[in-house]
Design a protein around this ligand. Structure first.
Ligand code: GDP
Ligand code: CA
Length: 311
């Protein structure tokens, strides 16, 4: 049995927690977005990989939803003393991860290798695979004509600006991880996690080869809608969809994913839209999808697996 998940940050991390509870952890693989990665202070920071790792390790800060529990901020305070760039908060504990990753990469390790070292150190039994070892960077073009990096949009401006378009710089030249390709070819179930379709799943699909591999497994692929009752639980996914001319609803999500996945899992609150999802070309499965506790996440993972394998 194997269960593979296309993953962004928080929504995917919660889903993966459920998958680890539902299945043998060694059979679970997260294929993780790297286009939010940023180099700051010379350090390679991988927010989605770290959110997945820390969440699965039970070490994520539950209030913030990112970074580590029992965090302190002394390094940031000292950085502020010097007038250093401190708009992107890095906790003292979290900095250890970035120092390790950066040093290993300077010594020649790939992001895939470092990620395996990091997840092993946190005793994770599942695999987290960066989609590529090459740099892919989400660039956000605003309606005022400026083009900015993803973290500047998301953290710096708190995504309070209107988006005209999004592109994934470097994606054309990026090589799909061979581990990722093998995982997609052989997974019993492939799940598109409830992540931002544009800036978390979008950059995975932009790495040459991935889209075709997923399309070839369409019958075994199940997407979980990140849009519930027309809105995102958190973050700009709903606004981004509208700003880019799509519909912020499970039907809009179905239109985006119908060539990739046979089934869309939608929340109970969207029950009435199930026929419209089916008209858009996806089978609809209706169950609770708000993963407020691991039990809901585990039930969701089981339902996705069953939908994929057809039982
Ligand atoms: P990131 O954490 O900023 O990288 O963002 P994600 O790629 O995880 O995307 C956030 C999206 O996940 C939002 O649209 C949320 O609505 C969705 N999401 C987060 N948690 C859940 C959940 O428990 N259930 C569902 N269905 N969606 C969720
Ligand atoms: Ca992210």
């Amino acid at each position: 049995m194997s269960h593979a998940v296309l993953a962004g940050g928080v929504g995917a991390a919660r889903y993966l927690t459920g998958a680890l509870e539902a299945f043998d952890p060694a059979s679970v693989t997260g294929i993780v977005n790297v286009a939010d990665d940023v180099v700051l202070h010379g350090l390679h920071i991988s927010p989605d990989l770290d959110t997945c790792t820390y969440t699965l390790a039970g070490a994520i800060d539950p209030e913030r939803g990112w970074g580590l529990v029992e965090e302190t901020w002394q390094a940031m305070a000292e950085l502020g003393r010097y007038g250093g760039e401190n708009w992107f908060s890095l906790g003292d504990r979290d900095l250890g991860t970035h120092l390790f990753r950066t040093a290993r990469m300077h010594a020649g390790a790939t992001l895939t290798e470092v990620t395996a070292e990091v997840t092993t150190a946190w005793d994770l039994e599942c695999r987290l695979l960066p989609v590529t070892d090459d740099r892919v960077e989400t660039r956000v073009e605003l309606t005022d004509g400026r083009e900015i990096g993803f973290q500047e949009y998301f953290v710096g401006l708190q995504h309070s600006v209107e988006v005209a378009s999004v592109r994934f710089a470097g994606a054309d030249q990026a090589s799909l991880s061979s581990d990722v390709a093998a995982t997609i070819r052989t997974a019993d179930a492939l799940v598109i996690a409830p992540s931002n379709p544009i800036v978390s799943i979008g950059p995975l699909l932009a790495v040459p080869g991935l889209l075709e591999l997923v399309e070839a497994r369409r019958d075994r692929t199940v997407a979980v809608s990140p849009i519930i009752g027309g809105a995102a639980l958190k973050g700009p996914a709903d606004r981004m969809l509208r700003e880019l001319g799509e519909e912020s609803s499970v039907v809009g999500v179905a239109r985006r994913y119908r060539d990739l996945a046979a089934t869309l899992v939608i929340d109970d609150v969207d029950r009435d839209l199930a026929p419209a999802v089916e008209d858009a070309g996806m089978r609809a499965v209706v169950i609770p999808t708000i993963m407020k506790d691991p039990g809901v996440a585990a039930a969701l993972a089981r339902a996705c697996h069953n939908a994929a394998v057809g039982s």
